[in-house]
Design a protein around this ligand. Structure first.
Ligand code: FEO
Length: 396
């Protein structure tokens, strides 16, 4: 008997993915404190069988053996590639070697990527257009183009009977544990973190995709990372809010300090904002988890950045964080910058350039030479009050 766990979560629809408990980094950037899953799904029809996405390289035998518990892997007719990133598509060459009849089903952009990245010959690719369907016998697959979520070729697959959406990365979360959403108490936090890391730069495309699936009867959402959503309304409503860029009365404060001068301004502004009933999240960039910062940014209305001048510009750790914030395009409208220098500035100019190009209104910036004086701290408190008013007035 095979000990590998497969899950039939709907009639003849199986989870055959892999759990990567020990992975701690994704894209050489994103921390994975809870590991992740590479979800692959097998659909057994009366006439044809389909596999939705594969798994990260290194897990190909696990996928193969899991499929074998249900059908012979050679009996898969369609290998659907919703997304070409290697964590879902990297095992395609192994699978197509194993099964000489299966065709790869993907978008036209996906076809080019499959040829480039995985050397899939053209004759083994079936390009599907938006809303095209494939009959499996008693089950119908519909393909929905959803580009730039988060690569150009991305699409969703919808199984109309009984209403299962396979959206690949969309609606995902980096969690190794949990088959279903109700097994993870703080799933929405992990989903928000994932949205911030992967989907936030593409909020306009996310909104378009959400509109596109609005009229579908969706009973289950089966993403490619993390648990399967049975409570589809919860994750759909959250995604609508995040894609629209709805923010709360919240400020994310990120800073780095060398000799505590910057930190001496960070604490008063944090306390002032809190006293004005603004929710705050504070991260020292030398020890913070990037994913935690990003999770906070998804719903923050303001960002406070603190960094000294070092080597003629913003401290490199803060510069890196500021560039990352700009690239992730969070919905924050307001910003403030606090900085100190020893003998020559440079950080202030850089911070203004980056925050302005990120379309963040700089409500105030305070630059001090050496440690802040009592009057500097008073200015910081006043800036905190002004920022709090800006944040609160957005609700009116
Ligand atoms: Fe999970 Fe974009 O790959």
């Amino acid at each position: 008997m095979d000990w590998r766990n497969v899950v039939e979560f709907s009639d003849d629809v199986y989870w055959v993915g892999a759990r990567d408990w020990n992975r701690r980094l994704f894209d050489a950037l994103i921390p994975l404190p809870k590991g992740t899953t590479y979800n692959s799904y097998l659909i057994v029809g009366e006439k044809k069988n389909a596999l939705i996405d594969t798994v990260n390289p290194g897990f190909e035998k696990e996928l193969e053996e899991k499929i074998r518990q249900i059908i012979d892997p050679k009996d898969v007719d369609y290998l659907v590639m919703n997304h070409a990133e290697p964590d879902h598509a990297g095992t395609i060459p192994h699978f197509l070697d194993l099964n000489s009849k299966a065709v790869l089903v993907t978008t036209s952009r996906g076809a080019k990527m499959a040829e480039t990245f995985y050397k899939v010959p053209e004759k083994r690719i079936k390009i599907v257009s938006d809303q095209e369907t494939i009959e499996l016998g008693g089950k119908t697959l519909r393909f929905i183009e959803a580009p730039m979520l988060h690569w150009p070729e991305t699409m969703f697959t919808y199984l109309s009977q009984p209403g299962i959406l396979f959206p690949c990365d969309f609606f995902g979360s980096h969690l190794a544990k949990g088959v279903y959403d109700d097994e993870v108490e703080d799933l929405i936090v992990h989903a928000r973190r994932y949205f911030g890391e992967i989907m936030m730069p593409f909020r306009n495309m996310a909104e378009k995709a959400l509109e596109k699936i609005e009229d579908l009867r969706i009973n289950i959402i089966a993403p490619s990372h993390g648990p399967i959503h049975k409570n589809t309304q919860r994750i759909l409503e959250a995604y609508k809010r995040w894609a629209r860029g709805e923010t709360r009365q919240k400020a994310t404060i990120i800073y780095v300090t060398m000799w505590k001068s910057t930190e001496k301004m960070i604490h008063p502004i944090a306390e002032t904002l809190a006293a004005e009933n603004i929710e705050i999240a504070l991260h020292d960039l030398t020890s913070a988890d990037i994913g935690d910062i990003v999770e906070d940014l998804v719903e923050s209305r303001a960002i406070v950045l603190g960094a000294p001048t070092a080597l003629g510009g913003m401290h490199p750790i803060a510069l890196n964080a500021a560039q990352l914030v700009k690239a992730l395009r969070p919905p924050a409208k307001f910003g403030a910058f606090l900085t100190s220098y020893g003998w020559g500035g440079g950080a202030l100019r850089q911070a203004k350039e980056i925050l302005t190009s990120a379309k963040i209104e700089i409500v105030g910036a305070i630059e001090v030479k050496g440690p802040p004086s009592e009057s500097d701290i008073q200015q910081v408190i006043e800036l905190g009050k002004t920022l709090a008013r800006k944040i609160s007035n957005e609700d009116n």
